[in-house]
Design a protein around this ligand. Sequence first.
Ligand SMILES: [Zn+2]
Length: 400
Amino acid sequence: MLLKNCQLLLTQDANRRIIGNADVLIEGSTIKKVGRGLKAGRGADTIDCAGKIVMPGLVNTHTHLGMHSLRGAKDDAELFDWLKGIEATEKKFTAKQVKENTIAGLKEAVRFGTTTVYDSYKFPEERLGAFEKMGVRGVLSSTVTDEKTFRASENFLNSLKKRHGIVKGAVAANAVYSCSKEILRKVIEYSDANRLLRRIHIGETRKDRFDTLQRHGRLAVEYLDSIGFLAENCLLVHCIWITKGEIRKIAMAGAMVSHNPVSNMKLASGGVMPLTEMLDEKVCVGLGTDSVASNNNLDLFEEMKIAALLHRHHKWDANAVTAQQVLDMATIDGAKCLGIGNVGSIAEGNFADIITLSLDENLLPVNDIVSNIVFAAQGMNVNDVVIDGKAVLRDRSFVH
Ligand SMILES: [Zn+2]
């Protein structure tokens, strides 16, 4: 496949190069060459990218696509009331419903330019089927809270080992407040033995923070550190209610963080996730939308803008976080958070996960392309989506 005449190619490579009138040659599932005047072999698929911005597909480090039918179902509640409000409906979800929800979620994510999704929920086999059907790169887990759900996760991950598709497995502990120490130890053991990512929700609310302190006599990150949960293959989701000392522990362990500003603000989690403090400590931070039941969409362009605004406003500092830093979180750093080093940038040898944006009215003029992407673009500007070297969306229509 050849992406021809890209008006502006935003590579997100090591030098953050932006190249005008560039071509991207794709062979199989990988990027073969980036340059000018490139030619594809006879009969190769060509996408004309004149008048388009071409950039890496976005990486969503945290969502629950299985909840897609719950958009707007419980809007005006804080986390624990919200959970109670939707749990009754979730309990009735069949495997078929979860698969349908996942397909609907993937369609929305792809339409908005997301090419890699970390997704955790129940019925992993059906969700895997949805990812394979839609051709979307995924990191999938079956959420663990107790022995029974741990076994379901283990069975799924064992069966996934025999497949070599674009979906990787991960082990997801739900939260410190919902998992015993024994279960967390099993999650550590299984993820280490199988070299998989492990993730957990922490510090989402003030209640969560004080409950952990009361129950374990330690702050959440200190507690996780004391049992060996923190490591380079560990992704911590939310991290709003944590201290500077905890951030240093995360940094020392090389653990990573998924930031979900829209969901946090919608659920009125209070406080602000200490992003600038994390970046100062060189913690790798990615962006996540969380589910449409708490966001209420899967648009990472919107998430980038709101992340930038939140931290600038909170710090009274227009330079608290730059557009480039936020774009990195949605691409290259998000990919690192998921342990997939070879997506999130357009560089030779990387997987070909690439999107194009039309230069619609809201993206003109282009004084600063990175600024336009973070502060002006919306998911609906996405025109084409290529994942693993295959076109999934073309001219805003799904290929299959
Ligand atoms: Zn979550």
